[in-house]
Design a protein around this ligand. Structure first.
Ligand code: KG4
Ligand code: ZN
Length: 336
């Protein structure tokens, strides 16, 4: 008998639903919230309102695209945290109600674990072997984790301030790019010289990160240059983007090399929105040869927030009989 899991993700600004059957994704729908673009970042209250509007149509579409009836579902997996409280509440309340209505088990999922476990979906290529070093780089998180098994994960380091995605997005805003600026910086960088401008690399001990100093350094640099030449950004856009991207990727790679050396682990798994970055993907391949790493890079559709990763984690919990009760509350600061 096949097992059908419905995954629901609503931790930030994407409402997503996915149906998974025995490791295979049958549907993975994501409703992006365009409204945040005009504010230059995610507005929590607007995000929860949009989730409220999107969740029923997105779940309905995910079920119909999977070509099943909702009564065939075996369990519902939802994001318990971390994330924005109002956003998490929409997904968790909906999932609890549907689980009661269909009389099927409920499974809570840690969003950060799910980002890493996305690599166990069938169409993600060879599955990583344990233990591995996982790096989650997104708009909300930058974290290095030692993953011993599906549910035994230990944080080795994290950002002390901004996330890697914020370094892209906030710096992009300074040069007039729309939120989220990461994908645009990636595109513009392809035509630029990564060594044209030098930006600050922070000195942070251990495996932690810091990106706020770089953001300030970038802002001051641009302001100074614009005072000299008001068209500085326009005249140098490609080189500015390539140089900024270069330093962000460098900061990430330094810590990744350190993590691999310190743990003695050479299986490296990356995930999160920023793992879509083409330069990171390129450098990881170079490093895999140089350091004898086995690198796992997700498909583009599984990098940004998606419910497929929630459904996958749900399936792994289902197989291990790990279920949740209805009293479990959402946790915006849930640890890995
Ligand atoms: O994982 P995600 O969808 O949401 C969070 O949980 O934060 O990540 C979104 C982040 C944004 O900061 C966005 O700018 C960044 O991922 N991003 C990229 C690229 N694609 C998305 N950053 C750099 N290069 C990209 N190609
Ligand atoms: Zn995420």
């Amino acid at each position: 008998m096949p097992t059908y899991i419905l995954g629901i993700e609503s931790s930030c600004d994407d409402t997503s639903a996915s149906v998974l059957c025995d490791g295979k994704i049958l549907s993975n729908l994501v409703a992006n919230q365009e409204i945040h673009k005009s504010y230059g970042g995610v507005v929590p209250e607007l995000a929860s309102r949009a989730h409220q509007q999107n969740i029923i149509p997105v779940v309905n579409q995910a079920i119909s695209k999977a070509n099943i009836d909702k009564n065939q579902l075996n369990a519902i997996a939802y994001t318990r945290g971390p994330g924005l409280l109002g956003s998490l509440l929409v997904g968790s309340s909906f999932s609890k109600s549907l689980s009661i209505g269909l009389d099927i088990p409920l499974i809570e999922v840690n969003h950060m674990q799910a980002h890493l476990l996305v690599h166990f979906i069938d169409d993600c290529g060879p599955k990583p072997s344990f233990p591995f070093v996982g790096v989650t780089i997104s708009g909300g998180h930058t974290q290095i984790v030692k993953v011993n098994s599906y549910f035994e994960m230990h944080e080795l380091g994290k950002t002390l301030d901004d996330a890697a995605g914020e370094a892209f997005d906030k710096s992009g805003k300074v040069i007039g790019l729309k939120y989220p600026a990461g994908p645009e910086i990636d595109k513009l960088s392809k035509k630029g010289d990564p060594n044209k401008f030098k930006f600050t690399k922070p000195k942070v001990s251990g495996l932690n990160f810091s990106f706020s100093g770089l953001k300030t350094n970038f802002l001051n640099f641009i302001n100074k240059q614009v005072r000299i030449n008001e068209d500085f950004v326009k005249d140098n856009l490609y080189d500015i983007c390539a140089s900024l991207q270069h330093v962000i990727v460098d900061i990430l790679m330094d810590k990744l090399i350190k993590a691999s050396k310190e743990t003695g682990i050479n299986t490296i798994v990356i995930c999160g929105g920023v793992s879509a970055n083409s330069e990171i993907r390129k450098i990881l391949k170079v490093n895999s040869e140089k350091h004898n790493w086995k690198v796992h890079i997700p498909k583009l559709s599984y990098t940004t927030d998606n419910a497929a990763m929630i459904a996958m984690t749900g399936q792994l919990k289902f197989e291990n009989n790990i279920f949740s009760d209805y009293e479990t509350s959402t946790n915006p600061r849930l640890k890995i």
